[in-house]
Design a protein around this ligand. Sequence first.
Ligand code: FAD
Length: 289
Amino acid sequence: MFPASFGYLPAHSVEEAVRLLTEHGDDAKLLAGGHSLIPAMKLRLASPRYLVDLGTVPGLRGVRVDGDALAIGALTVHADVASSDLARKHLPGLADAASVIGDVQVRNRGTIGGSVAHADPAADFPVILTALNASFVLQSPSGKRTVAADDFFIDFYTTALAPNEILTEIRVPLPPSNAGTAYAKLGHPASGYVVVSAGVLINRQPSGSCVSARIAIGGLGSGPIRATASEMELQGKQLTPEVIAAAASKAAEQTDPDDDSYASAAYKRHMATIYALRAIEAAVRRSAG
Ligand SMILES: Cc1cc2nc3c(=O)[nH]c(=O)nc-3n(C[C@H](O)[C@H](O)[C@H](O)COP(=O)(O)OP(=O)(O)OC[C@H]3O[C@@H](n4cnc5c(N)ncnc54)[C@H](O)[C@@H]3O)c2cc1C
């Protein structure tokens, strides 16, 4: 299938991209890696009159440490996050999530900003970034603002982004030394998209007890869902196999998924407990150094 014809507008700065979006309103869409937008255009689910290309904007790609956060440019492709030494060192769960997205082609074209902005309920980054308490830097004609992941993902394919706002940077707090991060995913065998996934951040004391935990579950709703019952089960306790199993068993408690053509709701809820267990165990292992 071919998309409807459109005008191509390469932007050379974030300011220019914001101006073009503002000027063309609903007629324009941003283009990043094109791996969600172009398929949607080919299926005529989207037919923008103009594509504003972010790929021509310098300075939006790369991973660096900035103060107490890992700062990732919105145009950074999944493969660069997966192979980033900084991500692997400080936030291996984030690198793990990037490394299981789609296939090699998708990981070399798709961008973290595009994935976050698109907010596909079966995407990987929203889940791990919610677990890691990331925040998103958004730029519009009125300036910059930062939105926490907990407030950013609103519904299916719906985020806190205003129509003329651009996501420029993803900021992930660097965890303290006794912390561990992990991501575990049951992918759809055909597409690789999430059937169920779990992202985990565990902070523990040197003595071994859990100071705090953040756990996000993917695939069971319109976006990432915090498994707060699991988090509470871990908090303040020694991380024994029994405590971890009890926490994982509550991973689907705040969810109400639908049956779909691939899996029943009951299967997805059960798998959420299995993948939460795997991710919590991996994060706990990493938190021990
Ligand atoms: C075969 C296949 C398999 C895939 N498998 C997976 C998978 O397993 N897991 C997964 O998570 N994803 C998967 N994807 C999706 C892939 O990760 C996409 O790359 C990603 O969802 C979108 O990123 P993009 O850079 O391609 O964005 P685009 O397609 O260019 O844009 C997507 C949307 O976001 C908007 N947008 C893009 N960048 C910005 C920005 N900086 N600020 C504001 N709005 C912006 C665009 O206007 C558009 O509406 C798959 C895709 C394909 C084709």
